[in-house]
Design a protein around this ligand. Sequence first.
Ligand SMILES: Cc1cc2nc3c(=O)[nH]c(=O)nc-3n(C[C@H](O)[C@H](O)[C@H](O)COP(=O)(O)O)c2cc1C
Length: 192
Amino acid sequence: MTELSEFLLKRRSVVVRNMEEPGPSSEDLEKIMRAGMRVPDHGRLTPWRFIVIRGEAREKLGKILGDAFRKENPDCIDEQVKIEEERFVRAPSTIAIVSRTNPEHKIPEWEQILSSGAACQNMLTAALGMGFAAQWITEWYAYNDDVKTALGLESGDRIAGFLYLGSMTDAPSDRQRPEYEDIVSEWTEPAA
Ligand SMILES: Cc1cc2nc3c(=O)[nH]c(=O)nc-3n(C[C@H](O)[C@H](O)[C@H](O)COP(=O)(O)O)c2cc1C
């Protein structure tokens, strides 16, 4: 078995609460994003964009999250808003992965969306393989229009995920996985 397949059979994300400094350097980030660009992409439409959020930008974007949260939840308390403002400072850096499709194109939009999921997974795998802590999450703000506008998204863009990146404080233990037999079947003839 190759080293890569062994790695994939054991791979685990590292949750954002178990992240600390240092995060990936600029060079490391570029490597991770180049891995994200190297995904199957039917029709070569490049249906994804990556946005890096790090340093002071994390607090600036956090403020926008706080305001958006307050707007969505007018009865919320200040402590809740503070948690939202601090989302991005949980990790040294984050990559927002944007799905930018062309729904008019003959390549089905579904396939264009799938490619952005592949980009997320390639970057997650690359980052973990480089020894970084990494987690792919969306949380509520991936779906918030004010946050999307602040990130510079165009109309129709979707956030496929935020890839939080850092160093690991605690190694993850394994988690329950589905049973192979429940997932896998072999087709031999048409279903009745
Ligand atoms: C599109 C997508 C969105 C996700 N959003 C969240 C999220 O908002 N919060 C969360 O705790 N996990 C979220 N997850 C799950 C984590 O990425 C991950 O599955 C979990 O931490 C265990 O990962 P592992 O199986 O790679 O070890 C999301 C996963 C996907 C694919």
